[in-house]
Design a protein. Structure first.
Lengths: 167, 245
């Protein structure tokens, strides 16, 4: 089974992240989720659970602004009720490029304590984000951080066995 | 798929220099803790099947949840076992009065501190290999009026199933990164015992002319009456060797 080719690993990693973004959207009960990751200091749009989420991430990177940027700089969640409205409740500069995306919630992804990206949740309808929704998003960002760390550290001898389950 | 594999690969390379080793158990624990917090429950846990087809405790947020998992693993019955065997989300508002699992109810009677349970199957490549569960120390009407999405009747079930998918994706991340031979063997055993059950169901359907539900019930009745694992009964029916934990 091992070792996988680099191209195969890359495809598997992309499949895992795509699946995790779709599951995160269902877990949070939102329309979709997107992911931006830092490579050094440079942010990259990794993609989304659907075409609108992926477009939201690309637009933020292209314009160099948006809730994900504020989130990564400040290291805390940024909630946007409706993108087309004025700052800080919205980001009107993004609205022409983000189609039906209205409400956006960006939460930092921390890998080993360092902000490494932003998990963005979105809905088609405008609305404020509740404390509960922000808590859910934080939990999902923690899950995504551990998943990315597992994917990143390839061929590392991690957790030899799980307790209670005999190999 | 709406992912840029090149950008992902480059970002993952940047993460590779983190000072700490990755840890699958920790990552699975993160999902379980997130589930507990998000549902506002008293605890959550994760079980995987062992080579005999029995569910075994892997991680839980506390000792009470661990106890629930251990008792179900011993008895071979309960909402978590049911979720795994039937490959669907199973809810129980109050374990102590639930007639579906009489032995478990008796075992818990008196000292029962776990009441409401919600359990979802964890799959790997479409095949159930374990169970993610939530519990409350008071009777809990799942999908009741105070849920996150009041208009949606089955919001809890859908959300827990989504978290079970995140468990699968966390395992897939570990496998994609070629982390562990031991884990791969564990999951291989889990998949093997499940496939054995599915094959036995197929055999009974063809041989006895029953549907899948009835075939499964026959296997389970046989297992209960002999106090054996369903996977053991399935293996015996198929003439396959029985593997013990």
């Amino acid at each position: 089974m091992f070792p996988y080719s680099r191209a195969h690993r890359r495809t598997m990693s992309a499949d895992v992240v795509a699946g995790a973004l779709r599951s995160s959207a269902r877990a949070a009960g939102v329309t979709g989720t997107g992911l931006i990751l830092l490579n050094g200091d440079a942010p990259h749009a990794i993609g989304g659970s659907d075409v609108d989420a992926a477009r939201l991430e690309r637009a933020q990177i292209a314009l160099g602004s948006g809730p994900a940027f504020r989130c990564m700089v400040g290291g805390k969640p940024v909630a946007v009720c409706d993108l087309p409205t004025g700052y800080p409740d919205g980001h009107p500069e993004l609205a022409p490029y983000t189609g039906p995306v209205h409400a956006v919630l960006s939460v930092p992804i921390r890998v080993r304590g360092l902000v490494s990206g932003s998990l963005d949740l979105y809905d088609h309808r405008p609305h404020p984000w509740s404390r509960r929704q922000i808590g859910t998003a934080r939990g999902l960002a923690d899950v995504m951080a551990d998943m990315l760390f597992l994917l990143a550290a390839q061929r590392a001898p991690v957790s030899a066995s799980l307790p209670g389950v005999t190999p | 798929m709406h992912i840029d594999p090149e950008a992902l690969d480059a970002s993952l390379r940047a993460l590779r220099h983190a000072p700490r080793e990755p840890d699958l158990e920790r990552a699975l624990g993160t999902v379980v803790q997130a589930v507990q917090r998000i549902f506002g429950c008293d605890g959550a846990g994760l079980m995987f099947t062992d080579p005999s087809g029995a569910l075994r405790y892997v991680t839980a947020t506390d000792e009470l949840g661990r106890g629930l998992e251990v008792v179900q693993a011993e008895l071979g019955e309960g909402p978590c076992v049911e979720a795994y065997l039937r490959a669907r989300v199973v809810s129980c508002d109050d374990l102590t009065g639930d007639r579906r699992w009489p032995v478990l109810a008796r075992r818990l009677n008196g000292a029962a501190r776990v009441r409401g349970v919600l359990a979802a199957p964890v799959r790997l490549a479409g095949t159930p290999v374990g169970c993610l569960n939530l519990y409350a120390t008071e009777p809990r009407p799942w999908d009741g009026a105070d849920r996150r999405s009041p208009g949606r009747h089955d919001a809890d079930r859908h959300a827990l199933a989504a978290y079970a998918e995140l468990i699968e994706q966390t395992i897939a991340a570990s496998l994609a990164a070629e982390h562990t031979g031991a884990l791969a063997r564990q999951l291989e055993h889990a998949l093997h015992s499940r496939v054995m059950i599915e094959r036995a169901i197929g055999f009974l359907m063809a041989d006895r002319g029953v549907d899948a539900g009835e075939a499964f019930e026959r296997l389970r009745r046989e297992a209960r009456s002999g106090r054996r694992r369903v996977a053991h009964v399935a293996a015996e029916l198929l003439g396959e060797p029985i593997t013990d934990a």
